[in-house]
Design a protein around this ligand. Structure first.
Ligand SMILES: [Zn+2]
Length: 196
């Protein structure tokens, strides 16, 4: 279990499919630090058009700062010496520069805590998550409940007009083009990605 204290130079991560409680786990980890460390933390989220469709937004005490998903280096415009804990939610939406950003924050002896979707709808690494998870010192993998059978769900099922999205569908949302798009948590058996 993660420490309740800030740990300089340590990267902690929560990864899993949709509906696995990643953001809640992140907030639960950070919450006690409010009382111990005061306002020494700062939180970031990527700014994307389709974020709300992928993740429930969380009302919370962090006061998230939105950072363009294609320019995660802007995080450094906000981080000061007094911040010893850097919190990042929905980290999978940042482009690959996020890996360098995280490693630089670690060099600055920050404690970094992130949450992100480990897999895209195809079941493959989402964005830079594979690399990020490698660099993570303490990784917690979470699971949801399969909405077909009730078993642990490690995958995110994408449905377009109620049908499993084919492998070739774009990763980004196609909603707004007359199609209804939904996401469900599924176990391996029930995670379906048709190859066209
Ligand atoms: Zn299942």
């Amino acid at each position: 279990m993660p420490s309740i204290f800030v740990r300089p130079g340590v990267i902690e991560g929560f990864a899993g499919p949709m509906k696995s409680g990643k953001s809640s786990a992140l907030l639960k980890r950070v919450d006690p630090l409010r009382w111990i460390h005061g306002k020494s933390f700062i939180g970031f989220k990527p700014e994307t058009d389709n974020r709300e469709k992928h993740c429930r937004s969380t009302e919370n005490f962090i006061g998230w700062i939105n950072i363009p998903s294609d320019n995660p280096e802007k995080i450094f415009e906000h981080v000061t010496q007094t911040h010893d804990l850097i919190v990042i939610d929905e980290i999978q939406f940042f482009n690959k520069k996020i890996v360098g950003v995280i490693l630089k924050l670690q060099k600055l002896m920050k404690n970094i805590i992130f949450a992100g979707l480990d897999r895209d709808f195809r079941g493959e690494p989402f964005g830079s998550m594979e690399q990020l998870m490698f660099h993570t010192n303490e990784l917690t993998k979470l699971y949801a409940i399969c909405n077909q059978c009730g078993e642990p769900a490690y995958y995110t099922q994408r449905l377009i007009d109620g049908e499993p999205a084919p492998y070739g569908a774009p990763i980004v949302s196609i909603e707004g083009k007359g199609k209804k798009e939904e996401y469900e948590a599924r176990c391996f058996k029930h995670h379906i990605v048709p190859r066209e």
